[in-house]
Ligand binder design. Structure first.
Ligand SMILES: [Zn+2]
Length: 205
């Protein structure tokens, strides 16, 4: 059966989204047809705004609709306490936890030579410019919060060396987020690497 062209195009576009297979794309498209017209129009307008209005924060490269994101613009956030993360979604997760009072820096990925991602593809030089601009502050802490994957560890190690060797960053202390067992995890089922890291990251109790 030949589908109406706009329906077919919508299914085709939805299939490009992560986690959406052909069957889910069809279901979503048919659901959109049944939705109230004004809701679908609102959705399409917001999708257009995603490409025209959303940009990256000039300071931390988080997603924003103004020059600076709301976190960088917040006077109460500690600008000498910088958490380096891989992606904007990491910022969302950390902000939901509501435990961090500093600011972020979004690297835009991790060093991954197998996938052809090298240092220069990430925002490492922008990070160095930011850190050097803080040289008048008495103390600055950079928390390396890349994921505990091989690539995340490689990137954290690279950043540590880069910052340590930079003469303009002598006031900066570097920390790494602790790795270990997630809440609700069972020691019995944890893999050896997770257990090793949980032991290494143990704290006074
Ligand atoms: Zn920002």
């Amino acid at each position: 059966m030949k589908l109406p062209i706009h329906l077919e195009n919508t299914i085709d576009m939805l299939r490009h989204l992560p986690g959406i297979g052909p069957r889910s794309a069809e279901r979503l498209a048919y659901h959109l047809i049944r939705m109230p017209k004004e809701d679908v129009i609102l959705l399409s307008e917001n999708l257009v705004h995603l490409t025209t209005k959303i940009k990256l924060c000039s300071k931390c490269f988080n997603i924003t609709d103004s020059e600076e994101c709301s976190i960088c613009a917040d006077e109460t956030r500690n600008k000498g306490f910088i958490m380096v993360v891989e992606e904007p979604l990491d910022v969302v997760a950390l902000e939901k936890a509501g435990v961090f009072t500093g600011v972020y820096f979004v690297l835009g990925g991790v060093i991954d030579p197998i996938r052809g991602i090298h240092e220069e593809e990430l925002r490492i030089s922008d990070l160095m410019v930011l850190l050097r601009s803080l040289h008048e502050k008495e103390s600055v802490e950079v928390i390396l919060a890349t994921n505990p994957s091989t690539e995340g560890e490689t990137t954290a190690l690279y950043l540590k060396q880069k910052i340590t060797q930079d003469q303009g960053c002598s006031n900066i202390s570097i920390t790494r987020i602790a790795r270990g067992l997630p809440t609700g995890a069972d020691v019995e089922y944890a893999d050896p690497l997770t257990l090793k890291r949980a032991l290494e990251g143990r704290g006074q109790y």
